[in-house]
Design a protein around this ligand. Structure first.
Ligand code: ATP
Ligand code: MG
Length: 334
């Protein structure tokens, strides 16, 4: 494993995983876990930056995201899944990095700006922790010397911020870190059921991996389509239509998708048929995930997997921090 490059990626434990996570990042994680030494972070400290008043949600989220990740196909024998709060070296590195970033640079981060807009409570009173979570994310990635970061498109400004910090650190203190690269998934940003630009736990517009067949049915049936199409004989719009975006992303029967698109555009198919076929495709996609999920139901097993992964991550993080402290001329006490 020593000569393999490292992946670092992760999730905020604020609820169960949804289809957006899958196509943005998780499918790549599963695909690459043999080729890379893979570290997966459950970012509970980051989740607290905007959920500090709801700690139960974050605690429960740790086990939800862990179980979902294993269900998608992360193999704990191959990948290291670990808990952010249990690796204090991340907090230490965040403090060192906070000298290398300006407040105005953080305020210009487009993802932080978007997220702030969604959170009315932060408009006039931004907590310091939330503003600087991209700095802590730079510490997450580099504390294990991550070189590849599988993420959705909304994370690109954060990876760019990390690269800037790495360049600055290396130029002042000497070369310690590789510059990480982002790897965006097959769908960079999956739209929400409501047509919103992003399926997101915070926007209540998700199909969750743990949703039952019945829940998938109900959600798809209520899904937003072409608002200008009232009758099945009206000519519909395929482009930008969430139902077809999902067909493209999840329906493996490409012939069926092409046929539905053609008939939709020429007014020869109703929304119900298009949605029925999507429900079927989503269930084909989700069934193996549901099956694996049931194998990781026991809290004790989840706890063991997380403890083992965290032990390994702690060791790697401390190795990195020894180099960091030496490069930064931190006095070493005997
Ligand atoms: P929150 O609203 O709590 O931020 P989230 O749904 O944005 O939740 P995160 O834990 O922030 O989820 O994201 C985990 C990973 O999944 C990131 O790499 C992110 O880019 C990716 N991701 C999240 N939503 C989508 C989406 N709709 N399309 C593509 N990738 C996504
Ligand atoms: Mg997010």
């Amino acid at each position: 494993m020593a000569n393999k490059k490292r992946i670092l990626t992760g999730d905020r434990p604020t609820g169960n995983l949804h289809l957006g996570h899958l196509v943005g990042s998780h499918l790549n994680r599963v695909k690459l876990q043999d080729e890379y030494d893979t570290y997966i972070l459950l970012a509970d400290v980051q989740a607290l930056t905007d959920n500090f008043d709801d700690p139960e949600k974050v605690r429960d989220g740790v086990f939800q995201v862990l179980q979902d990740s294993l269900a998608v196909g992360i193999d704990p024998e191959k990948s290291t899944i670990f808990l952010q709060s249990a690796v204090p070296q991340i907090a230490e590195l965040t403090v060192f990095y906070s000298n290398l970033v300006t407040i105005s640079r953080l305020e210009r981060n487009p993802t932080v700006k978007d997220e702030t807009k969604q959170k009315a409570k932060f408009k006039d009173s931004m907590p310091l922790g939330f503003l600087m979570y991209p700095v802590s994310q730079a510490a997450d990635i580099t504390v294990v010397k991550g070189e590849l970061v599988p993420v959705g498109e909304d994370q690109l400004p954060h990876i760019e911020q990390t690269r800037e910090i790495v360049r600055k650190f290396n130029s002042i203190y000497g070369h310690v870190f590789p510059e990480p690269k982002a790897l965006v998934g097959g769908v960079a940003r999956l739209v929400g059921l409501d047509g919103n630009a992003k399926m997101s736990k915070s926007l209540w517009n998700c199909i969750y991996l743990k949703d039952s067949r019945e829940e998938v049915r109900q959600k798809v049936m209520r899904m937003y389509t072409d608002p200008n199409r009232i009758h099945p004989t009206d000519h519909g719009k395929v482009e930008g239509n969430p139902v077809f975006i999902y067909h493209d992303a999840f329906n493996k029967n490409k012939g069926e998708v092409e046929d539905l698109k053609k008939r939709y555009e020429t007014g020869k198919v109703g929304d119900v048929e298009v949605k029925e076929k999507l429900i079927n495709a989503l269930n084909i996609f989700l069934d193996p995930i549901r099956e694996r999920r049931s194998k990781y139901d026991a809290k004790k097993l989840l706890m063991e997997i997380l403890s083992e992964g965290t032990k390994k991550a702690l060791k790697t993080a401390e190795e990195t921090m020894k180099e960091v402290r030496e490069a930064m001329k931190i006095v070493k006490l005997v």
